[in-house]
Design a protein around this ligand. Structure first.
Ligand code: SF4
Length: 450
């Protein structure tokens, strides 16, 4: 349970040494209680107090990692019900199901195909992370062989699905070092699967008949010393799955029920055979707290929208995505190349840069710090106005790169023209397109004056 500022204060050294960056231990305690400070900022907390404070300040949903390398998936760690309250931290993993009776060549082909689903967006590489490998007939050797192919032919992380501990052990022997999520412990195999998870040091998913069935299993696994647990309430209808997902999150956050404070795995692939419908269900579950969604397959038409939706929901709403201020070279510009200026809202930068790139016209792109606001918003907020843009251009070092004095401003900022010309005497300022999509045509026709 979270501690109050006064309770935290009692556990601090009370020397007011200021090394944590605030004047008193009490101020630090208050910041800690409101989530504005990290415990590590105080080097003098005793080990005993640190343990108590770490436990009390641990996120209500346990953070854990599934998988390895570039596709390692961080799950849990969430602290709020609604994104606007703070932010969501762990984007849900996207997994595609493969059964172990699939021909090895087909498994390899799927690995290649799934790895190819990678998309650049606002400077990030978006991709699905996981393959869910399901054992079909109790043949450990075949399950292990399929896991080996996935491990060797892809960098995707894995969920291993079998309720037979012997079959699971066979796969763990070849792929345990990739930190797979093992699925699933049930009432009947709980101790055996728990021991497997402990021995291999991997996270364990549990599946109950219904949400009420999860608690006794969590308690037993916790007694065994297992901490990294992923929950499946057993729901296989859209309605029940949503209800359970929300109930688990609310239980952990609102009721402060630590016993339910674990991330979840959901199976749209077991709710319908239709991939488009699975994608729609997955989108809803991503919005409502799923830690992982498992589809029957990946296709671009399912993966891309889910990746974008996930990006949007898990971007910190209080911190705009920004591009660093500076002068960017696109298509190898020289001293006679045109100069475009715009704001440092990440999306603006990547869309404008993409259109310039597509035009193949060598261009300088001047990105001005507008605190992550788009052009129109920055203008309305007084951050992308004539004198500010002019000052930026003067100090940007642009004059070392070009031999002309021509500048193109965004069409949406046309009203800054007069002030900008006053701030930049001798410069020729041109109003560019309003929409980025019109930049290629504009650049092909635009002439830099000598
Ligand atoms: Fe108190 Fe620790 Fe901050 Fe020093 S560093 S003022 S002891 S909380």
């Amino acid at each position: 349970m979270a501690l109050t500022g006064i309770q935290i204060f009692k556990l601090l050294p009370k020397t007011n040494c200021k090394e944590c960056g605030v004047p008193t231990c009490l101020a630090f305690a208050m910041n800690l209680a409101s989530g504005k400070a990290e415990l590590d900022a105080c080097p003098y907390v005793s080990d005993e107090s640190r343990e108590i404070l770490a436990e009390a300040s641990a996120p209500p949903i346990r953070p854990l990692t599934v998988g390895y390398g570039d596709t390692a998936l961080k799950m849990g760690g969430e602290t709020v019900l609604f994104r606007h309250e703070k932010t969501f931290f762990s984007p849900p993993g996207l997994a595609a199901m493969i059964t172990d009776d699939t021909e090895p060549a087909v498994i390899e082909e799927k690995c290649r195909r799934y790895m190819a689903y990678q998309y650049e967006r606002v400077g990030l590489n978006l991709r699905p992370e996981l393959i869910a490998l399901k054992a079909t007939n109790g043949d450990g050797a075949r399950f292990a062989a399929a896991a080996k192919i996935i491990k060797e032919k892809s960098d995707l992380s894995m969920v291993l699905l079998s309720e037979d501990p012997a079959v699971m052990k066979a796969a763990l022997d070849v792929a345990g070092d990739t930190n797979p999520l093992i699925y699933s412990a049930t009432e009947s195999n709980l101790a055996d699967m728990g021991n497997l998870a402990l021995e291999a040091g991997v996270p364990l998913a549990i599946r109950a008949e219904n949400i009420e069935g999860l608690l006794p299993m969590i308690e037993k696994l916790t007694e065994m010393g297992i901490k990294d647990i992923v929950l499946d309430s057993g729901a296989r209808t859209v309605k029940q799955s949503f209800e359970d997902s929300i109930a688990i999150r609310r239980s952990a956050l609102i009721d402060q029920n630590r016993a339910m404070g674990f991330p979840t795995i959901t199976f749209p692939c077991e709710m319908t055979d239709n991939l488009a419908m699975q994608t729609t269900i997955a989108a809803g579950l991503i919005a409502k707290y799923a830690g992982m969604v498992v589809l029957s397959d990946f296709e671009g038409s399912s993966v891309f929208p889910l990746l974008l939706q996930r990006l949007n929901i898990f971007t910190d709403p209080q911190r705009p995505m920004v591009q660093a201020q500076g002068i960017y070279e696109i298509n190898g510009p020289d001293e006679n190349s045109p100069v475009l200026v715009t704001s440092n809202f990440s999306l603006t930068y990547f869309i404008v840069a993409g259109e310039i790139e597509a035009s193949r016209v060598p261009t300088w792109l001047a990105i001005m710090d507008t605190e992550g606001l788009s052009v129109l918003t920055a203008w309305a907020a007084g951050k992308f106005v004539g004198d500010a843009v002019g000052m930026f251009i003067k100090k940007s070092g642009l004059s070392d790169k070009i031999k002309h004095t021509n500048l193109v401003i965004p069409g949406y900022a046309a009203s800054i023209l007069g002030d900008l010309e006053e701030e930049l005497p001798g410069w020729s300022v041109t109003i560019g397109p309003r929409e980025a999509a019109h930049i290629p045509k504009f650049l092909k026709e635009y002439k830099v004056a000598a």
